[in-house]
Design a protein. Structure first.
Length: 654
């Protein structure tokens, strides 16, 4: 995003508007009572949970609003040494892909589950931009519980937007690529127009369990798919994808993908697509992708490689795809809370077009087409247009809604947020952001029921806002009060990683549903221990299984001998605590891995291959009691082939 926007500034927009032009009055806009509006007194809670993407750190962060306090870093696509995510044997399968273990990704967008177009906040979805995947986080445990890979895709940016009852979460490919058998994919890049394809994936979500399933894909022209939003209420059943590079360039996109005055919003009638599927239409294509599911009974992830996807060709199913012309290289496409209006944010456009769903349906019915594009109808711009917001600012990216008839659009180039009336299209207010705002967010903003009290801007540049930290500076979030006519800046605070999108919802939706510990009797991990008397060490060839218990404040066993160089040692640690917030950690000297942080009632496994002779201490890393510092043990490693007998003990001086 950042890089793309740097280039963009050089493209069509006069240099005087380029990066770094600073809004006036940067210091003076905070009024005296701002601090009291964000102050959450000790012992009280924030009003909203804000789940924020971490961009290139591959994580989500959990922030309270209005305070801006960070409560948790939640690993999704990146390994997290803090708790062993991606390092423990149980979590490694979560990061498996058709390419093997991929320990990192670039997470841009958050979708919070909805029912009837309102947040139910059961799950948070996130997209992996690089190795295309979608993750689902359970908001009772704040754990990544599922990751599904997307075949036929490259650069899963237009994702993970959801339909109003979370029927589907979508994944539109940013990079179109050739698909199919090896010989169809091994083609000259210069044959882009003929051989490359875009794919829009619809992943169904089980309404009870949340489990995802790659339901179908729609094959599309080789455009770049950027963002998307589902229709809602009256437009429920439709999905809108923004496209750029409809020039279908494959080199120097900065110039070559900015040639046309208009690109498209691709409107997809997914209910119609479902009907075709019921009639048996579509082709099964063989592909390879991973589907990773976390099981809270066994505290273990299982990765399955799948081999097939159903692909629909919209040139054969005439009424599932329509193109709406949209100026110019649109980034965000957003639907208002009523589902009537579709807003396209053309990065290089001087206006913001607002389309009417009602007019779109009418134009489709009247076959009011400008012509076909790759065998699919293009609607006439004027026929679908509700109107244009004039002179909104420069570089519109994303739009959110307050539920009171207003839209708020982030302006990257002119570093501001512009508030406008959805019906009259008049700009009614604008505020500066510091600086170069990307996404913006209103709690409930993408749903049918926004909570129009706060707005947060997520900024790319913070020069002169924070204490400098070397060559790289923090990104920032800025909180505004939008309860009155004028937007008022309340607070700015640094973020974790690079925030792109975020969503927020009332804390009351999930606060009382939090899992406090895992019940021991429900722990079906095959190597779980039910009590301290089961603690033991077993040898199986060159594999050593250490069945370890932890409870304040000891490990059992804590003296282990008879390990040899070249053994594979597995610590299966069960945390026997049955109390909230009492994790125990496990760290082993010299182990080529991270620690484990094991939740109460959970079992997790650390693998260690000792490469030298000696005594190796291990210890608990989480300050769990006054005697935490006593929570430790020793392992003796003897040479390969030694006869040191295997033995283990606790509190035994023998
Ligand atoms: Cu940063 Cu949504 Cu990837 Cu716009 S995207 S800012
Ligand atoms: Cu257990 Cu510290």
């Amino acid at each position: 995003m950042k890089t793309r926007m740097w280039l963009l500034a050089g493209a069509a927009i006069a240099m005087s508007f380029a990066y770094g032009c600073k809004p006036k009055g940067a210091q003076s806009t905070i009024s005296g009572d701002a601090a009291s509006k964000v102050y959450v007194p000790p012992g009280q809670y924030d009003e909203f949970y804000n789940i924020v993407s971490g961009g290139f750190n591959g994580q989500m962060s959990v922030v309270g609003l209005p305070s801006g306090r960070v409560f948790k870093i939640l690993p999704v696509f990146s390994v997290h040494p803090e708790n062993g995510y991606g390092f423990s044997e149980e979590t490694k399968p979560m990061l498996n892909t058709a390419n093997g273990f991929v320990p990192w990704d670039d997470l841009h967008h958050i979708a919070i589950s909805t029912t009837n177009a309102e947040h139910d906040a059961r799950w948070a979805f996130g997209n992996a931009n690089n190795t295309p995947r979608i993750a689902r986080v359970d908001l009772t445990t704040f754990k990544t519980v599922e990751i599904i890979e997307i075949p036929n895709s490259a650069g899963n940016h237009s994702s993970p937007f959801i339909t109003e009852n979370t029927e589907y979460v979508v994944a539109g490919t940013r990079f179109s690529v050739p698909t199919g058998a090896d010989e169809n994919r091994d083609v000259p890049i210069s044959t882009y127009k003929e051989n490359f394809k875009g794919h829009l994936s619809f992943i169904s979500v089980d309404p009870e369990t949340g489990e995802m399933d790659l339901s179908f894909q729609i094959e599309a022209p080789p455009f770049n798919f950027d963002l998307a939003r589902a229709g809602k209420k009256k437009s429920h059943g439709w999905f809108f994808f923004s496209t750029y590079n409809t020039e279908m360039a494959h080199t120097l996109l900065e110039v070559n993908a900015s040639q046309k005055d208009k690109d498209y919003i691709m409107a997809v009638n997914w209910k119609k697509a479902e009907e075709y599927i019921k009639q048996g239409k579509g082709k099964k294509q063989s592909v390879k992708y991973a589907h990773n599911v976390w099981d809270e009974n066994t505290h273990t992830g299982v990765s399955t490689i799948k081999n097939e996807v159903l692909v629909l060709d919209p040139t054969e199913m005439k009424d599932i795809v329509y193109f709406i012309p949209c100026p110019k290289s649109p980034h965000g496409t957003d639907t208002d809370p009523t589902g009537e209006y579709i807003i396209g944010s053309g990065k290089l456009a001087a206006i913001i077009p607002v389309f009417s769903f009602t007019k779109m349906l009418k134009a489709i019915e009247d076959e009011d087409f400008e012509g076909p594009l790759q065998g699919m109808p293009v609607l006439k711009y004027e026929s679908v247009l509700h109107g244009e917001v004039q002179k909104p600012g420069l570089g519109p990216l994303h739009t959110e809604f307050d539920g009171k008839g207003f839209a708020y659009t982030s302006m990257f180039v002119s570093s501001e947020i512009v508030k406008w009336n959805i019906e009259t299209l008049e700009v009614v207010d604008r505020v500066p952001t510091y600086y170069s705002v990307g996404h913006l967010m209103i709690p409930g903003g993408p749903t049918g029921k926004p909570h129009g009290k706060y707005m947060v801007a997520y900024n790319k540049i913070t020069k002169d806002r924070y204490l400098p930290t070397g060559p790289e500076l923090a990104h920032s979030a800025q909180l505004y009060d939008i309860s009155g006519d004028k937007m008022q800046l309340l607070l700015d605070f640094p973020t974790i990683g690079e925030p792109h999108y975020a969503e927020a919802f009332p804390a009351s939706l999930i606060m009382d549903k939090q899992v406090k510990f895992y019940k021991m009797e429900d722990n079906n991990h095959p190597r779980a221990l039910k009590g301290i008397n089961d603690a033991r060490v077993e040898r199986d060839g060159n594999k050593i299984h250490i069945y370890l218990t932890s409870i304040r404040s000891n490990f059992r066993p804590d003296n282990i001998e008879g390990i040899r160089v070249g053994d594979e040692v597995y610590f299966h640690m069960t945390n026997l605590e049955q109390d909230w917030d009492v994790p125990h950690g496990l760290a082993v000297k010299g182990a080529n891995t991270a620690e484990l942080l094991v939740m109460p009632g959970e079992t997790a496994t650390l693998k260690w291959v000792p490469d030298r002779v000696g005594i190796f201490p291990f210890y608990c890393t989480d300050f769990c009691s006054a005697l935490h510092q006593e929570m430790q043990g020793y392992i003796r490693v003897s040479p390969a082939g030694s006869n040191t007998p295997l033995k283990f003990s606790t509190g035994d001086a023998e």
